[in-house]
Design a protein around this ligand. Structure first.
Ligand code: FES
Length: 174
């Protein structure tokens, strides 16, 4: 009886040690499959939207891809049609085009021509306006908009905010 009781106690004690060990190894395993902090940070690009000048294209980078950021001038905003407006990212009342800078035809990087207020892709002559809409084929659709979340004056690329969700739902971007 006493033996059994002792065995029972020892069994429980070993069981407890094994359980702690199992939890410890689970924690270690989770740590090993979680992305490194540097990798997590690499998934996001935070842009300070107060740093841009209207009418000037800046090419940023997100997950290795070029990201076009164009703060629109009041004149540009005034002449946009409804499709252009649907692609606007508005931060503190300022209108921006933010798009992945890869042609939706075969992935070349279109060049911005400020005088034309648009992009020309040298590969097959595709063209986009300053909102990223196609103005000349062969590109099958406008420049893709990366996932984003507006955070005050900042834009966090790689996160999904309600404005991006709306764009997806309305078919503005893939
Ligand atoms: S890759 Fe741009 S037009 Fe073909």
């Amino acid at each position: 009886m006493e033996k059994n009781g002792r065995r029972g106690f020892m069994g429980k004690a070993f069981g407890a040690v094994a359980a702690v060990g199992a939890v410890g190894s689970l924690v270690a395993m989770k740590k090993s499959w979680d992305p490194l902090p540097s990798v997590k940070a690499a998934g996001f690009t935070t842009l300070d939207m107060t740093a841009y000048t209207a009418g000037e294209l800046v090419t940023e980078k997100w997950r290795g891809k070029p990201i076009f950021v164009l703060k629109k001038t009041p004149e540009m905003v005034a002449k946009q049609n409804e499709d252009d407006k649907a692609r606007d990212i508005i931060v503190n009342g300022e209108h921006f085009m933010v798009a992945i800078g890869l042609c939706t035809h075969l992935g070349c990087i279109p060049a911005y021509y400020p005088d034309e207020e648009g992009f020309i892709c040298a590969c097959h002559g595709g063209q986009f306006d300053f909102a990223g809409m196609v103005t000349k084929v062969p590109p099958p659709r406008g420049l893709d908009i990366p996932p984003f979340r507006i955070d005050g004056n900042k834009l966090v690329l790689g996160e999904i905010g309600p404005e991006y969700e709306n764009m997806k739902e309305n078919g503005v971007t893939l």
